[in-house]
Design a protein around this ligand. Sequence first.
Ligand code: 8YV
Length: 360
Amino acid sequence: MSRQGRTHWPFGGALLKTRTHGVVTRLFSGSLMAVRKPKIVVTRRLPEPVETRMRELFDVELNAEDRPMTAEELGEAVSRADVLVPTVTDRIDARVLSRAGPDLRLIANFGAGVDNIDVATANARGITVTNTPGVLTEDTADMTMALILATARRVVEGANVVQAGEFRGWSPTWMMGRRIWGKRLGIIGMGRIGQAVARRARAFGLSVHYHNRKPAPAAVVDELQATYWESLDQMLARTDVISVNCPHTPATFHLLSARRLKLLQPHAIVVNTARGEVIDESALANMVARGEIAGAGLDVYENEPAINPKLMKLPNVVLLPHMGSATVEARIDMGEKVIVNIKTFMDGHRPPDRVIPSML
Ligand code: 8YV
């Protein structure tokens, strides 16, 4: 759709157009006559310092109630905003985007994953999309290790026994889990988070194996002593712990399909802190229930917040409520990134975290 005749935004020096309605924004040879603060709609509650800064910088609509918006409300939001700040809980699909108003030029996602946004449709409508990579890497990797340890060593099961007042004393054969030291970790997706998981895993005595679209840079391979498996099938059959760390894209949907899960050894455990859609959740639940896979540690689910009821009944799974990046530090840094992306875009520059279709 042509954007001619629309307010041109970001504001780019001499190229600026004058708005004929509302607040006038115009620069002449760098001199500011009047600046309209951009209208930002934020779909969820963000950490307080982030909201405070947004209030100072922008004409911002915040969501004090923190209630996820309906598709209808998202449609209304894009029809009146210059910038939308959504999160993983908002589905910004072609239908929502069809209601985008003439001023919507940027979707600054609060989150690294952008599978909640139809980026191709947004771009085709002249809307830039940004995300927040890099600042949640270490925390998500920590949570991955926490799930590996908790699943292999039955941490939640043990804690539940104590909390229920059922600890009757030590026994040589009680609460035995599986050692992780000396085992093989198979990482699916060797991006920032995959590498951060590998670094931690090495310190825990695991050897690092990975499957990726292409081999990691030589320096990374050297540092992590990582073995590349071009064939995911072969890696699955030869590793003890599988960690999903790739984004959800059309190519990775059900990458761990029922067929591939069957390649795992029965003592293997599967951990996922990336996106639920990468695993066939129902097949995983059935196989763990039948003892064909030893256990699973999951932070994400195919149909969040719904979780396959079968999984909820199994003692050898650890289930977390999508909290991989839930540290005060990461969430403030993510907000800071959103602000930098918006500000840079407004200033007429390419925002640092622009998502381009070839990344997906
Ligand atoms: C975020 C995440 O909490 O950034 C991501 O991709 O999965 C999470 O850690 C969430 O996406 C926020 O929108």
